[in-house]
Design a protein around this ligand. Sequence first.
Ligand SMILES: [Zn+2]
Length: 287
Amino acid sequence: MTDQQRQWAVESLGRGVFLFRWHPGFYLSCFIVGNRGVTAVDPIDDAAAVGYREAIASVTDLPLTRIIYSHDHRDHICGGAMLRAGFDCEICAHESCRHRLEQRGDTDIPRPTRDLGDGEVIADGGAQIEFRYFGPNHSNSNLLLLLPTDRGRMLVWVDGVEPGVAPYRNLPDTDFGGYLYSLAAVEKLHFELVCGGHTGPDHRRWVTDYHDYLLRLRDATAVAFRAGGGQMLRPNEDGVAMTERVRIEVTQAAADAIADRYGSWRGFAAWAPQTADRILSYLITGN
Ligand SMILES: [Zn+2]
């Protein structure tokens, strides 16, 4: 099979850390090869998991011994049954991930068997995985990983920071205040590279860039909201129509205000107004 026919790619970052890129879905997951076995992050879905197994087998004969769910979102963590088939494998996640899977009653996602929290470390030979948890941000269950690589320490924050791409649409399932808090906390950590679940790895400055982007968009949204007089009815205007008018005017003005600085980021034109819409809800309600 040629590389073009194959739907995945695998990349070594050194120190036993690899990236599995799943092309059809524009997803990536990292996996770590230790002395005793393989730890795989985020199985993505059944089709990806077939490619994921091939990718792991292309670099090691060691068995899969651990799956880590980065957070509870289905688009990253279906496929676990396929990925672990035939292996004796623990499944690790933050306890909030386990709770949400239980609440949702997802029957197609193997349940976590081990809770991981802030500051925990899993070491296997030269491979060492450090876990950080900063409370709700993108989901309330996002576990961040710190991994050694030949290019320096790499932070993995799936859907939290996706280098080169603007924050996604209306920040689905995101606690906006918690997101700002988490970005500030992450900026204080020691690492050189950052990787998401779709793009990366790239320079750590993307964490600061994301933080700045969201702060500037928050401020621009607040300015545009005040400039338009807030949520005020015009003569003979219906309340619902007013709300929608304000939303469109404010979110586009806010996006336009930061376009000079961030317009080159992929997705900016389509997503910045949607992100501003999410931020306007945060400004109005507190989240
Ligand atoms: Zn997500």
